[in-house]
Ligand binder design. Structure first.
Ligand SMILES: NC(=O)c1ccc[n+]([C@@H]2O[C@H](COP(=O)([O-])OP(=O)(O)OC[C@H]3O[C@@H](n4cnc5c(N)ncnc54)[C@H](OP(=O)(O)O)[C@@H]3O)[C@@H](O)[C@H]2O)c1
Length: 314
């Protein structure tokens, strides 16, 4: 594409799921050069065209990390011990603006406080949504908001099936499994949306919201899909209070998150137009859950489960 050859994109979280997806999507395009950012660049020398140190808790590292970049992708990690997402994101926005970045892409989530009228406290959603205004008011030539879904990968990671007291294998969650409320997706495909936004700033760089959604499902539908593929998973709805009091970090936050999903859905509003725009910008329809599960859910889940610890995060 003329005029945009080799624009440099600096990617926070490049060694992780979201940022890694962005690096992989940008690299083959030849339209962009990628500067992967990490707190420990020496460990990831081969990751991208450039790898540079950036520590969101040390704003002085950010200015040089963004210097010369046309675009920045930012994700913050709520679950990292001691992370203060608003502080980290504000520092990144300020540094990007000072470095003359043109297009800023922020990985946000819905504002649960506003959507639920204060009924549900879900800081890892609302905390991100509050940063949107800071991005908007920073005065970048272009800015875009991407919304990551409930990762399919959660079902093999933090929310993998567990052996249940009745001997079955499956999930015990504070969620009505009949309610279709989960906007889900293959997080590797977030990169296509971000790369598309950088490539098409006129269509997606004016504060558009771009959610990745590969499927919209209830937990019963998730389990039916997996069981049709040969698994035998169970589901038990547990009271929110019981789940919230479970002895692992983040239990109350996760319980509140599921209550919000059940009441309002993951995205919290009719997002069909936004999803359609995101797919258009990505240039593809995202993978649905059945296709992803067929490729990724191990047939022998038993050996897999034994390595898992109880749910820690979502
Ligand atoms: N799981 C879900 O369903 C879901 C859905 C929507 C949103 N999210 C959100 O996704 C976020 C996590 O993103 P992810 O899944 O991509 O995480 P991840 O795979 O755990 O990777 C975290 C990345 O953040 C970087 N990082 C962490 N702290 C940093 C710091 N202080 N300075 C610079 N870089 C830092 C790490 O880089 P280095 O270690 O290389 O420095 C790493 O690349 C969370 O905030 C979560 O709320 C999750």
């Amino acid at each position: 594409m003329q005029g945009s050859t080799n624009k440099l994109i600096a990617v926070i979280g490049a060694t992780g799921q979201q940022g890694g997806a962005v690096v992989r999507a940008l690299q083959p395009s030849r339209q962009f050069k990628v500067r992967a950012l990490s707190r420990d660049p020496d460990k990831h020398r081969e990751l991208a065209d450039e790898i540079v140190r950036a520590e969101l808790n040390l704003p002085e590292t950010l200015r040089s990390a963004f210097e010369g970049a046309y675009g920045v992708f930012l994700v913050t990690n709520f679950w990292e011990k001691g992370a203060n997402e608003p502080k980290q994101a504000t520092a990144a926005v300020r540094a990007a603006r000072d470095a003359g970045v043109k297009h800023f892409v922020w990985s946000t989530l819905p504002n649960v406080e506003a959507i639920s009228g204060g009924k549900f406290d879900v800081p890892h959603f609302t905390g991100k949504a509050r940063i949107d205004r800071i991005v908007k008011e920073a005065g970048f030539m272009n800015h875009s908001f991407v919304i990551a879904p409930f990762y399919y990968e959660n079902l093999l990671g933090a929310l993998a099936p567990q052996r249940q007291p009745d001997g079955s294998t499956g999930w015990a969650l504070p969620l009505d499994p009949a309610v279709r409320c989960l906007h889900m997706g293959y997080i590797s495909e977030l990169g296509d949306i971000v790369a598309g936004a950088f490539a098409h700033p006129n269509e997606a760089g004016n504060g558009e919201y771009l959610p990745l959604v590969g499927d919209f499902m209830s937990f019963n539908e998730i389990i039916d899909t997996l069981n049709r593929q040969g698994h035998k998973f169970s589901f038990k709805q547990v009271p929110k209070e019981v789940f919230a009091a479970a002895p692992f970090p983040g239990a109350a936050e996760i319980a509140n998150t599921f209550s919000y999903f059940q009441a309002y859905t993951y995205l919290g509003s009719d997002s069909r137009d936004r999803i359609a725009l995101a797919n258009k910008i990505a240039g593809r329809k995202p993978t649905n859950f059945a296709a992803w599960a067929q490729m990724n859910f191990p047939a022998q889940i038993d050996g897999f489960i034994s390595k898992k610890v109880p749910v820690e995060k979502a």
